[in-house]
Write a protein that binds this ligand. Structure first.
Ligand code: ZN
Length: 448
């Protein structure tokens, strides 16, 4: 029997239980989300990119009412309420807030602290407070929505972080969280490789499971505790020499996807090998993360089945930089590392196969708030700036099943809006200088 923490007579507790249960939904709803300004806001930028078409619209304005966009169009094309507050954004381009579908707010760059040391030595409270600071940096950099793909050993703290943001305790992007993520026993880290077998119970970077029944239990538990997405590692470096190999059997992956989908949650699969990708795709996952070892055949299969790719190009760059195998911004340009060549080849093959490509950077491996680097790499490796912007707005919103709600400036969509100098449809570097950020109709960064 569970101990009674309040030391009330058991009879009294038993009598109170139905009342407490009846109150629970009301308590859950009691904390209101951040309230948007009550007066409507009229935004007057130099030009607007709505993500609904391929061009900038000079002289367009956007009316925000509550947390949503009420109207967008040329001056005079819609009525502006008398009480509306005007925000002038001269010389700036207004566009939808950016989306990063592969983030780790609970990690910080590996050149500061290794992944092993973050998971083994940093208390969850420290990691959570740091995640809050990093959430703010991310929002102010123009990323108004993140899919956070696993706390890497910080348990379910992402669910609490998301709630703190939603309740207005701290500023941060809209979060879709994956909680602990799911790995096959013995395949992830820290250890068992490199540790004595009698060092018992190392904290793990994700939840270890084995067998169909255990897979189903873990999905249900993570869903119950607040996961919006289920993240699974379909392969990892557990081969005899540390090389990546498929982790789960096809039966385990099928059970995982079936259970997650039954609960209304999509599945994200980490996969860096062609065989890991193939198994995950055939099992019905919704997104593939990294895909560095993808072959043209595997990308064709992804395109056929509508499975989206999050290329995480910046992770390859950052890890190569930390290993001193690559220097960015050097003249003449430094040659790419073997790791970067592999991810670049895969990205180009995915583009050629017309795979749906969203924006996912693996930020956390590198500094939060510099998520824009991923768009720059997508352009360096073959996308147009327009395609990269679409990937980070409308396409990523579709992958999140938030089409028309996020990643677009359209009546009825959330008023998640940013403004940058210059023309981001011609030069992605404009995204380094985000001058204005609004989320759900509230201004978090005002243009000077
Ligand atoms: Zn990741």
């Amino acid at each position: 029997m569970t101990p009674n923490p309040l030391r009330l007579p058991d009879r009294l507790v038993a009598a109170a239980v139905p009342w407490i249960l009846a109150l629970l939904p009301a308590l859950a709803a009691a904390a209101p989300p951040v309230s948007p300004p009550s007066a409507p806001t009229l935004l007057r930028p130099a030009q607007v990119w709505t993500a609904d078409d391929q061009q900038l619209h000079r002289g367009w304005q956007v009316l925000v009412q509550g947390e949503r966009v009420a109207a967008v169009g040329p001056v005079g094309s819609f009525e502006v309420p008398k009480e509306a507050q005007t925000v002038d954004l001269p010389e700036l381009t207004l566009l939808p807030g950016l989306i990063d579908l592969h983030a780790h707010l609970f990690l910080h760059p590996y050149n500061e602290t290794s992944w092993n040391d973050q998971v083994l030595k940093e208390p969850v409270a420290l990691r959570t407070l740091r995640a809050g600071v990093q959430a703010r940096e991310t929002l102010l950099a123009g990323f108004t929505t993140l899919r956070d793909l696993g706390t890497e050993g910080a348990d379910y703290a992402d669910v609490g972080l998301k709630r703190a943001i939603d309740e207005g305790l701290i500023p941060g992007p809209r979060l879709f969280v994956a909680t602990r993520a799911i790995v096959a026993t013995g395949t992830y880290g820290p250890g068992p490789r490199g540790f004595r077998p009698d060092i018992c119970c190392l904290p793990q970077g994700a939840e270890e499971v084995s067998g169909v029944a255990d897979v189903i239990r873990a999905v249900r538990e993570q869903a119950g505790r607040g996961a919006d997405w289920i993240k699974v590692y379909a392969d990892y470096g557990w081969g005899p020499t540390g090389e990546a190999r498929p982790t789960f059997s096809e039966a385990e992956l099928l059970a995982l996807v079936e259970t997650a989908h039954a609960s209304g949650r999509p599945v994200s699969a980490h996969a860096g090998t062609a065989e890991g990708m193939r198994r995950a795709i055939l099992a019905g996952v919704d997104t593939i993360e990294h895909g560095y070892g993808g072959t043209p055949e595997v990308f064709q299969l992804m395109a056929q089945r509508g499975v989206a790719l999050l290329p995480t190009l910046t992770a390859s760059v950052a890890i190569s930089e930390y290993a001193r195998q690559y220097v960015d911004g050097q003249t003449p340009p430094a040659p790419p590392s073997p790791r970067m060549l592999q991810s670049a080849t895969a990205f180009k093959a995915a583009l050629a196969a017309q795979v749906v490509i969203g924006n996912g950077s693996d930020v956390g491996v590198f500094s939060h708030g510099s998520n824009h680097r991923e768009l720059e790499w997508m352009v360096r490796l073959g996308m147009t700036p327009l395609q990269a912007l679409q990937a980070a707005t409308a396409v990523s919103a579709r992958i999140l099943r938030q089409e028309g709600q996020l990643g677009v400036i359209r009546p009825g969509a959330y008023a998640d809006l940013i403004a940058v100098p210059g023309n981001p449809l011609l030069d992605t570097a404009a995204l380094r200088r985000v001058a204005f950020v609004m989320k759900s109709g509230r201004v978090y960064k005002a243009a000077r």
